[in-house]
Design a protein around this ligand. Structure first.
Ligand SMILES: Cc1ncc(COP(=O)(O)O)c(C=O)c1O
Length: 357
């Protein structure tokens, strides 16, 4: 028999993102359904990004700039790195896949905190590498455990800060000690900072500023969260020029579409919208946290735009919330049974959510 498909696929199931928001709203007869299950931006996109997309729409018959040059140059200026230290992807999701395609081989080990964002393990598994899980210490990334698991076969370590779904961060001192301990012959360290803009802790490190000292570090960021462009799929990796050169070798020629590129550029220029989003999330997160604490619910302090809260009967509470028009994530599907994960919404939504807790 001719074997058509890679045997590694037998162990995988297609990612289930749930029904589209619009069909779920229709099915429930709730056109006002608010999705708090996907960590999206409660304010929506910047009006300047919307205008940029409208202006660009008539050029959609033309291929985009395959290198996302204007966006990389704007980001480089903003971040204080060279444009050839950046690659833009079809969401940060694509960058995780590009790292796996460029670096991982059968026999490699990839250390992945468990639980964590599912695509890390998926990318490694698909590439034929062995996933070495490092259990969280309750809600925190356990860098001592990760360090102990590094061997000669370790190709990469995946880190996420703020962590999805645990909402916790890796603090500056701990991260630096970890990177130092790995030494010069370190594996790749992928530091996913998708939610960095929502963190206001003073000892939260900026991964990009560490690149000069740690050339094997790869920092991932996205326009999906703070900039509200999740539907357009734009993320980027910042790393050494050598790493970026390798990632570009496995990147599709036109991986980021025209509308995404112009929207991201416009979003980057709309500092006020970025700041408004950040302020809203931080204020509403504090409101939700205080109210949930008053009601006796335990949860780790969140540094992201979502909370992970322990509740006695998550399925029942999720059903009640859905009936009231609020969609949240059951922790059971993301490694935290006994919890609900929900994004920080607008005040009105947050009050409605709290009224059902
Ligand atoms: C930790 C983390 N990294 C990356 C991503 C993917 O971001 P993007 O929408 O840019 O693919 C997400 C999305 O939810 C995430 O939670």
């Amino acid at each position: 028999m001719r074997r058509l498909w890679r045997s590694v696929l037998d162990a995988l199931t297609p990612y289930d993102a749930g029904p589209p928001l619009e069909s779920l709203a229709e099915e429930l007869g709730r056109p006002d359904l608010v999705r708090l299950s996907a960590n999206e931006n409660p304010l929506g996109p910047s009006p300047r990004a919307v205008a940029a997309v409208a202006r660009e729409a008539a050029r959609m018959h033309l291929y985009p700039d395959g290198g996302s040059t204007a966006l990389r140059e704007a980001l480089a200026r903003r971040l204080g790195v060279r444009a050839d230290q950046l690659v833009v992807g079809n969401g940060a999701d694509e960058l995780i896949a590009l790292v796996a395609a460029a670096a991982f081989e059968p026999g490699d080990e990839v250390i992945v905190p468990e639980p964590s964002f599912e695509p890390y393990a998926l990318g490694a598994t698909l590439a034929g590498a062995r996933v070495v899980p490092s259990p969280l210490a309750e809600y925190d990334t356990d860098l001592d455990d990760v360090r102990r698991k590094v061997t000669d076969r370790t190709k990469a370590v995946m880190l996420c800060s703020p962590h999805n779904p645990a909402t916790t961060i890796i603090r500056r001192g701990a991260l630096l000690a970890f990177l130092e301990a790995l030494g010069a012959n370190a594996p790749l360290v992928i530091l996913d900072e998708a939610y960095r803009d929502f963190c206001d802790a003073s000892d939260y490190p900026d991964g990009v500023t560490l690149l000069a000292r740690y050339p094997r570090l790869i920092v991932l960021r996205t326009f999906s969260k703070i900039a509200g462009l999740a539907g357009l799929r734009v993320g980027y990796a910042a790393a050494s020029t050598e790493t970026i050169d390798r990632l570009n070798r496995v990147r599709a020629p036109y991986n980021v579409n025209r509308l995404g590129q112009v929207a991201a550029l416009a979003a980057l220029e709309d500092q006020e919208h970025l700041e408004r989003t950040r302020r809203l999330v931080i204020e509403e997160r504090a409101f939700l946290s205080a109210e949930l604490t008053k009601r006796g619910y335990p949860f780790p302090r969140s540094h992201a735009n979502f909370l992970l809260v322990a509740v006695p009967d998550p399925a029942a509470l999720r059903a009640r919330l859905l009936e009231a028009g609020i969609l949240v994530r059951d922790g059971a599907g993301i490694g935290f049974p006994g919890h609900l994960r929900f994004s920080v919404g607008l005040r009105e939504t947050n009050e409605k959510l709290l009224s059902l807790f």
